[in-house]
Write a protein that binds this ligand. Structure first.
Ligand SMILES: NC(=O)C1=CN([C@@H]2O[C@H](COP(=O)(O)OP(=O)(O)OC[C@H]3O[C@@H](n4cnc5c(N)ncnc54)[C@H](OP(=O)(O)O)[C@@H]3O)[C@@H](O)[C@H]2O)[C@H](O)CC1
Ligand SMILES: [K+]
Length: 512
């Protein structure tokens, strides 16, 4: 499902209306009707609604909802935030229809607070059709006042059309005041505010409804961002052929597991096996080899020279070229640790990995000292930072990262040519060509040490099976989030990374 900036939504609108010839009023009628349908699904018998309409097209949607609820037997009153002269053509038309049908339509300019407040307090449902993607800057009167009155009246149920009034639909910022909605019905596409904090907390449940916009419009004006769902990559998740064998599904090398951090590499390796890779080799410093060998059964263990330190400080193993030729994908980072000569070590790894390379955890921290190491990479490189690692990669703070996750991810992807998987409540996947995928299946159960190691293993496994990074990254993030949810037995508090691994199979099965 596509996610749009306000401009992209306007471009889609314009293309649909001006090039494909779809009347704007038809889109508005569909928008209003489908929003009404969402409401009638929640309220079986007729209720009392107050519709707050702006003078733009969001307001127009509101007039359609008002008329449809009225026709369904609801008691409806409409309050308009501006004068008729300011209304857009379509909005004015649907305003007129409400007048012709005898609906109570009042104009609010701040001096009829008592009447509006009484209306709001009597309402079962308030429909917020004041502002949508056309909002610009801090709320101006009387819109601000109306928003404040709705929040003070605390109505039983608030439906926001397209977006709650008072949120910046592109950045997710709050523009002074914002409607606290129970349900937001978005038209045709998702908007950024549905997925960015703090706006997403004002949206309540978000549903996207069709408004009759032909698919052709979206293919012709493809926005840059998609919300992750199996339709983006399901053709890579197919039942397995009975003739396949372990060689069919690739060989992954996991590098990590330094002293005191053996478990991270172990989790990555096991997660990879549970995600269908044919073979896994876990490369650990020589001193860790014995203990890793006792932990794993299904994975091979490869000891790296460590001069007794339990770290990767030695030179590469003498047979590394022959070995590397067997691996389809390398992931480096889970429990990699910091060590003297780390930069040269990483540079050499970048050089000698001629397949996809996933860098996580300390590999990212080493990389952040000099991003130019990536510039000659020809094969896909995927960085999987959490906000702290991202802050180091961009030379900023976690606050900078969290303030606009999608922008920092997009900029780093375009700057380095790497695919960026910026983990968090809504993981953002940014590709070097500017496209982005936003993932909504995260769960608080994943907020625990080790879940990042698991994701690295899942991602490495899909890449090693030959799935292109454009699909492997969204697929790994989606299934990892889903496995986290499936792992919750008692509460989000007590899910272990190893339990997430145990649920990868269920997540894959359910998605299959
Ligand atoms: N394809 C689609 O997504 C469709 C969307 N539809 C609906 O259309 C709106 C976008 O409509 P638009 O007219 O572009 O803008 P809005 O209605 O959201 O708002 C414009 C009016 O709001 C006033 N405004 C803007 N900023 C502020 C502010 N900070 N405070 C107060 N008022 C503000 C603006 O007044 P100006 O004086 O600035 O001109 C306008 O009056 C979209 O969200 C959907 O709901 C279509 O109906 C169907 C297709
Ligand atoms: K709105």
């Amino acid at each position: 499902m596509v996610l749009c900036t306000a401009q992209e939504a306007r471009d889609l609108d314009r293309y649909t209306i001006e090039v494909l010839g779809m009347p704007g009023a038809a889109l508005m009628e569909n928008a209003g009707q489908n929003a009404t349908r969402m409401l009638l699904k929640r309220f079986s018998e007729a209720k009392r609604a107050v519709v707050l309409s702006g003078t733009g097209n969001n307001g127009g949607d509101g007039f359609v909802v008002a008329r449809s609820l009225f026709s369904a037997g609801w008691k409806v009153s409409v309050w308009v935030s501006g004068q008729v002269e300011k209304m857009s053509l379509e909005t004015r038309a649907f305003y007129q229809v409400c007048r012709n049908m005898g609906l109570a339509v009042s104009f609010f300019d701040g001096d009829r607070k008592e009447e509006l407040l009484t209306d709001l307090q009597k309402a079962d449902v308030v429909v917020d059709a004041l502002l949508g993607t056309g909002v610009r800057g801090a709320l101006r009167e009387p819109v601000r006042c109306m928003v404040q009155m709705v929040n003070e009246a605390e109505p039983g149920f608030v439906l926001a059309l397209d977006a709650p009034t008072g949120v910046d639909t592109d950045t997710g910022a709050i523009l002074g005041e914002a409607i606290q909605a129970d349900l937001t019905v978005s038209f045709a596409t998702w908007k950024w505010c549905h997925y960015l904090l703090p706006a997403s907390e004002f949206c309540g449940e978000v549903r996207v409804v069709d408004i009759g916009m032909p698919e052709e419009a979206i293919h012709h004006q493809p926005p840059q961002t998609w919300v992750n769902d199996p339709s983006l990559w399901h053709d890579h998740l197919t039942p397995r052929s009975p003739w396949s064998h372990k060689g069919t599904y690739g060989h992954l090398l996991v590098l990590g597991g330094s002293k005191g951090m053996l478990g991270a590499a172990y989790l990555s390796g096991m997660a990879a096996l549970k995600s269908g890779v044919g073979m896994v080799t876990i490369g650990v410093p020589h001193g860790q080899e014995a203990s890793m060998a006792t932990k794993v059964t299904e994975a091979l263990v490869w000891g790296w020279p460590d001069e007794g330190s339990g770290l990767f400080i030695g030179d590469f193993p003498s047979d590394w070229e022959e070995r590397f030729s067997r691996f389809h994908v390398v992931t480096a980072g889970p429990g990699l640790g910091r060590f003297s000569g780390e930069k040269a070590w990483l540079e050499r790894l970048l050089h000698c990995t001629d397949g996809p390379l996933v860098l996580d955890a300390d590999a990212l921290n080493i990389l952040s000292s000099d991003l130019s190491m990536l510039q000659f990479r020809k094969k896909p490189t995927i960085l999987t930072p959490h906000p702290g690692e991202m802050a180091r990669l961009i030379g900023g703070t976690v606050k900078d990262v969290e303030a606009s996750r999608h922008r920092v991810a997009k900029e780093l992807a375009e700057k380095t040519g790497a695919t960026i998987v910026l983990k968090g409540s809504f993981t953002v996947i940014a590709f070097p060509d500017g496209r982005q995928v936003l993932n909504g299946t995260a769960s608080p159960a994943l907020a625990k040490a080790g879940s990042g190691d698991v994701l690295t293993g899942v991602l490495g496994a899909f890449l090693a099976q030959g799935i292109p990074v454009e699909s492997a990254a969204p697929m790994a993030v989606y299934l990892h989030g889903m496995a986290g949810r499936l792992a919750v037995r008692s509460s989000d508090y007590s899910v272990l990374a190893s339990e997430v691994i145990d649920n990868l199979g269920n997540a894959i099965h359910q998605t299959l």
